[in-house]
Design a protein around this ligand. Structure first.
Ligand SMILES: *[C@@H]1O[C@H](CO)[C@@H](O)[C@H](O)[C@H]1NC(C)=O
Length: 500
């Protein structure tokens, strides 16, 4: 027996958003330096460093703003932007630097807090500091989902319990397989793990773009915190959305992009490893210290809102050309002078970092973990690219009363009943079954069936509640919800999961 009601949930996610794209064509250094995590000493692993040449293991805000140059385009920006670099581990044991292409881009995305629109965006205070990601992380743990599956539509994350800060932090990392000749590019932050060597060889002819978004909801008080993270939080869609309570001041959303020339190693046996010993990508992270003047940056945030994102469209910025950006380098720092971090560097990563595959957090001092080669990943299909993967304005939800599930026989009471297998809802004509996911919190099994046409995704969530009575009898209530999403042209990877 089926009855259905329809209701519409309206959200205002559509529309263009102001932003600008800070270009940093030069790299001031590749070195074991990190004044946030390891002040005053060599850092644990190598970083690719962009921005002010005042950067060092102990640099202050004054050092940054008074430096001679920046490797970024805008002279008023003396910020520093840094993240781990990439190495190739040859099959014979040698590590070799992977080249970086085009410097880096730091997007300043001007998304307001969606629960507080009209309130505006505050510039980073002078010397504002923060870290995105977690260097020791070696697994993906969002809702028990397989990291190789594409994310469900953002509008459902809250419903599925996937908007915890821990989940959002993992979704703030992206590895974009670049294949310009093949048409459709992947969306930003679409894949949250580094594809393996054979996948990269076969599909990513133009390299791999590392992407990481920073938290943009601030407690409004502290320019940093002991872990450089707890003074900020992610809004519930990573780059956009609603800020959690206590983090009510919205900052620009920073997103770093760096492209690595993985194609230089095409056909060679071995694997790619991030400089922190992470071959999987879950431990990718990035750091920021604002070297802007807060008043100047506030003017730019208010006025530089051209939809093109071009820094040239902002009349406030003084722009230096690419060759000047590339000339800017760190001065000779004695601390890093003697360490070889470029080219072929021998049988160990700089700093003696070892490869650790998890799933437990990486330890320091690190110990080589047993070899584990992940099983062949399903091939993610192409997605339309660009920073803004938007979900359209209207979401229609149908609540469907599903058929009754027969009671289990009382003779075999089971204290922990098997999760019942909800039956698949019918796939309407013109649609294709894309994937089935299960999300469980121990008592409730939600089965998510994703079906789609080229232009439309329909998502069905069926929730089965298992109630165990003192006599061991189990009662099951089944609720179904269907969510229709109008998407831009979209193709999803296929995959299957089973209730366990
Ligand atoms: C997954 O990573 C998190 C964060 O590092 C850690 O707390 C957790 O123990 C890891 N899970 C496993 C199964 O090791």
């Amino acid at each position: 027996m089926k009855s259905s009601i329809s209701l519409a949930i309206l959200s205002s996610l559509g529309g263009a958003h102001a932003f600008w794209r800070m270009e940093c064509r030069g790299r001031v250094g590749l070195a074991r330096l990190d004044p946030l995590v390891d002040p005053g000493t060599l850092s644990q692993h190598v970083h690719a460093i962009h921005g002010s040449s005042g950067f060092s293991e102990s640099s202050t805000y004054e050092d940054l703003v008074n430096a001679d140059c920046t490797s970024c385009a805008v002279l008023e920006d003396k910020s520093v932007y840094w993240a781990p670099s990439l190495y190739f581990h040859h099959a014979d044991g040698r590590f070799e630097e992977v080249g970086q292409e085009g410097g880096m881009l730091a997007y300043y995305l001007l998304f307001e807090d969606r629960k507080d629109e009209g309130k505006g965006i505050k510039a980073f205070p002078n010397d504002f500091r923060m870290i995105a990601g977690d260097s020791s992380r070696r697994n993906y743990s969002v809702a028990g989902l397989d990291h190789r599956l594409p994310d469900p539509p953002m509008a459902l994350w809250g419903l599925l319990g996937q908007t915890t800060q821990e989940a959002l932090r993992q979704r703030a990392i992206g590895f974009n397989c670049l294949h310009y000749g093949k048409g459709d590019n992947e969306a930003t932050l679409w894949r949250h793990y580094m594809p393996d060597k054979s996948y990269i060889d076969q599909n990513c002819q133009n390299g791999v773009r590392f992407e990481i978004a920073f938290p943009s909801c601030w407690n409004g008080r502290d320019i940093s915190s002991p872990d450089h993270k707890s003074h900020v939080a992610y809004p519930d869609q990573v780059m956009d959305g609603r800020c959690p309570e206590g983090f009510d001041v919205k900052l620009p959303t920073l997103l770093y992009e760096t492209i690595w020339k993985t194609y230089d190693f095409a056909g060679l046996p071995g694997e790619f490893v991030i400089s922190n010993g992470d071959p999987l990508g879950f431990g990718y992270h990035a750091d920021f210290i604002s070297g802007w003047d807060v008043n100047f940056l506030q003017q730019a945030v208010n006025q530089c809102r051209d939809d093109s994102g071009s820094i040239y469209a902002c009349p406030l910025f003084t722009i230096q050309d690419e060759s000047e950006q590339k000339k800017c380098k760190l001065p000779d720092l004695p601390s890093i002078a003697s360490e070889k971090v470029s080219g072929v560097i021998g049988n160990s990563l700089p700093g003696g970092v070892t490869i650790q595959r998890g799933p437990e957090p990486a330890r320091k001092p690190a110990v080589e973990a047993p070899q584990f080669v992940p099983a062949g990943a399903p091939s993610p299909n192409d997605l339309p690219g660009g920073v803004f993967q938007e979900i359209e304005a209207a979401t229609s939800v149908q609540v469907v009363e599903a058929a009754e599930v027969p009671e289990p026989t009382p003779e075999v009471p089971s204290p922990t009943p098997e999760p019942p297998e909800p039956s698949d809802p019918p796939v309407p004509e013109g649609y294709e079954l894309v994937r089935t996911d299960y999300v469980t919190d121990g008592r409730t099994v939600s089965k998510i069936v994703v079906i789609e046409t080229v232009e439309t995704i329909m998502m069905t969530t069926e929730t089965v509640t298992v109630t165990v009575s003192p006599t061991g009898n189990a009662r099951r209530d089944v609720h179904g919800h269907q969510h229709h999403h109008n998407h831009r042209r979209h193709r999803h990877g296929h995959g299957m999961r089973h209730a366990s």
